[in-house]
Design a protein around this ligand. Sequence first.
Ligand SMILES: C[S@@+](CC[C@H](N)C(=O)[O-])C[C@H]1O[C@@H](n2cnc3c(N)ncnc32)[C@H](O)[C@@H]1O
Ligand SMILES: [Zn+2]
Length: 282
Amino acid sequence: MNTVPFSALACPLDGEPLLREPSRWCCPQGHSFDIARQGYVNLLPAQFKRAKEPGDSKAMVTARQHFLARGHYLPIADALAQVITDFSPTAEHLRCLDAGCGEGYYLDTLAQHTEIPLELVGVDISKWAILAAAKRNAHVNWIVASNARLPIQDASLDYVFCLFGFPVYEEFARVLKPQGKLVMVDPAPTHLYEARKLLYPRLKAEQASSNTVPTGFTLVEKREIQQTFTLTSSEQIQNLLLMTPHWFRATPEKREQVLTLAELNTQLAVTINLFQQTPQRR
Ligand SMILES: C[S@@+](CC[C@H](N)C(=O)[O-])C[C@H]1O[C@@H](n2cnc3c(N)ncnc32)[C@H](O)[C@@H]1O
Ligand SMILES: [Zn+2]
């Protein structure tokens, strides 16, 4: 593991740089944020919270943990490491954010597979997700915060990753260095088709959501991953579906039907778009 403590946090109240003290982060204006016993910090002030427990629930986080632990999405983590190798081969050090990091699978895997020293920060609005992430890897800085107000200094990051998440492109542009890169991982139309078909009998292939280039960014490269995998118990099938919005949208009858299955073949199909900020014309 070749990680370095993350050094570009900003106060969520005034944007000033945060400095690390033994048990808290402090800004020059006197705001301070305690580091939890598990090592993460909450930088989502109550006045910016729209719900009591925003983001994924404990049950969704646990389901994702169990599903990801089986390695079916390892090709995505490998692809992120490959992007870094391909686009920053001579970097001495890289600062990366996973925006909406969930339970920390991708940053944890990246930390273990990359030679270049990495400063890693994972942000998620769900305290359950961040709690699970903090238990997974103590070398990454895990933060409860929203992508809508990232507690990160301007122009400080080499990479922003956003996987199956809720992108806020203006914020991503603000925190990226001018040459920094945004890596978006989104489902392709055939992603989990067979699994979704169990819940929606008249399902059509989804429209690709990954064809638009966000304002202010230029597409550098598009990569695809397609791989079939097999789930071998109703519990594994449920864990996968619980990670998606489909489980909650389906009827109770359909959900019950799914729980009677013992095996399912389905496929991972994602698009990885690598963007860079378009240089501003003077
Ligand atoms: C579909 S999950 C994907 C998690 C992770 N990227 C992965 O692929 O395993 C979406 C995540 O976004 C988080 N989330 C929702 N709204 C958010 C926001 N405004 N800011 C940051 N995270 C958010 C949820 O709590 C959840 O963990
Ligand atoms: Zn402050």
